[in-house]
Design a protein around this ligand. Structure first.
Ligand code: ZN
Length: 411
């Protein structure tokens, strides 16, 4: 299939300047005040709409949209044992496909164009992401504390192959669930395979205080030190949560070049009792990202809403209103990407004249006043996935996901 027809945007506002933008072959071909459409371009007249980089959701379990609100008032371990794990044992690829399509629709609606996903039937998630037209780094979760290590290795190898074959903008990854659900042997194997295949690793780390004390009891070291001993801390490693990391662990993580992804909404909903120590992470030089976690424990995938929670919870915990200036918060949510000629043609147009954005400083308004509903157009690789706030095909996606949830006995 050939790429989309060249796309031009006129009359958009980038950092206070009215600009035009042209996309060709999935890249931004030109961007600036003098840029105008060329004959044959598909054209969007932005009418003064702010033009911004899209959001990156650094940690989620997309298909868990099917479990939104299911057992939502239970504590973490009861929620997992009584509700989530029994129903996950019955999941079929089509459940994951439609749950992920629903997640992608919500992300397109709210301005996320790339996400990191860890979930069962990763091939089905990848097909959903491809069909929705966005980007994801996907891994099937690995668990083996109750045995089955060899079978897990086979599953991991098979899913790397399956993910490589799906097409679309999918990157394969390895996703050992956590240090308390994966054996030492399997974690070492993952570390070696990740180096050999040059694939990223995503893992939950230090979400709860119990995880840390159990690690200290069993291994005599803190969780990040344990992972480092197994060879799992590297530049392609993404650590989700990191609520209970101490300063020496943050220094180690910075030295190894890993990214830590904060999930403030899920942490608060599951009452883990703390926040990622962001000021200490910054002092150590750790790269920080932002995630929603799954819709089962958030329950929204609106990353802009969670960006506000992130900034507020950090200021509150630090008793310091200068922690995370708005521009810095925005850069965390976008993965530090800036729109430039030659870069991938992923961008958002915000609602022109939106009341939330009309008066104050844009980035401050985006962090503290807006939600994902300010996004008017979402473009990925030069393809327009949403315009005027409407995601085409949304009704079918919602209906099919609801049907799959009913099949699972939810809702
Ligand atoms: Zn998670």
């Amino acid at each position: 299939m050939s790429g989309p027809k060249p796309l031009a945007v006129t009359g958009a506002v980038l950092d206070g300047t009215t600009v035009g933008l042209r996309c060709e072959g999935g890249r931004i071909a030109a961007l600036g005040p003098e840029v105008v459409p060329e004959p044959g371009d598909e054209t969007i007249k932005a009418g003064g709409a702010p033009l911004v980089a899209p959001l990156v959701n650094g940690h989620t379990h997309a298909a868990m949209t099917l479990f939104r609100g299911y057992g939502g008032d239970l504590p973490l371990m009861r929620w997992l044992r009584e509700r989530i794990w029994p129903v996950e044992a019955r999941l079929e690829p089509d459940d994951v496909y439609w749950g992920t399509r629903l997640a992608c629709a919500e992300m397109i609606r709210t301005g996320t164009t790339r996400f990191w996903d860890m979930y069962w039937h990763p091939g089905a998630s990848a097909r959903a992401v491809r069909d929705a037209g966005i980007r994801a780094t996907i891994g099937g979760p690995l668990f083996d504390v109750e045995g089955g290590t060899e079978a897990m290795k086979e599953t991991a190898l098979r899913s790397l192959e399956e993910l490589a074959d799906v097409g679309g903008e999918i990157d394969a990854s390895l996703a050992p669930h956590s240090i308390y659900t994966v054996s030492e042997g399997l974690l070492r194997w993952v570390a070696e395979l990740a180096v050999e295949r040059e694939v990223p690793v995503q893992i939950h780390l230090s979400e709860t205080e119990d995880e840390v004390s159990e690690c200290l009891d069993r291994r005599d070291v803190r969780p990040a030190v344990y992972l480092d001993r197994l060879g799992l801390l590297g530049e392609r490693t993404v650590l989700a949560h990191g609520v209970w990391l101490d300063e020496s662990e943050l220094e180690l993580i910075a030295e190894r070049g890993c990214t830590v992804v904060a999930n403030p909404a899920a942490n608060m909903k599951l009452a883990v009792g703390g926040v990622l120590p962001y000021p200490a992470a910054c002092r150590a030089g750790v790269r920080v990202g932002l995630g929603t976690d799954g819709a089962g424990s958030n329950d929204s995938l609106d990353l802009l809403a969670d960006l506000k929670l992130f900034a507020l919870s950090q200021r509150h915990a630090a008793r310091d209103a200068t922690v995370i200036p708005a521009r810095e918060a925005w850069s965390i949510a976008t993965g530090g990407v800036e729109l430039r000629p030659g870069g991938v043609a992923d961008f958002l147009l915000l609602r022109a004249g939106a009341y939330e954005l009309g008066v104050g400083e844009l980035y401050s308004d985006l962090v503290y006043a807006a939600s994902g509903s300010v996004v008017d157009a979402t473009v990925v690789g030069g393809r327009v996935l949403m315009r005027g706030g409407e995601v085409p095909g949304l009704e079918e996606v919602v209906a099919r996901a609801a049907e799959r949830a009913r099949r699972l006995g939810i809702g």
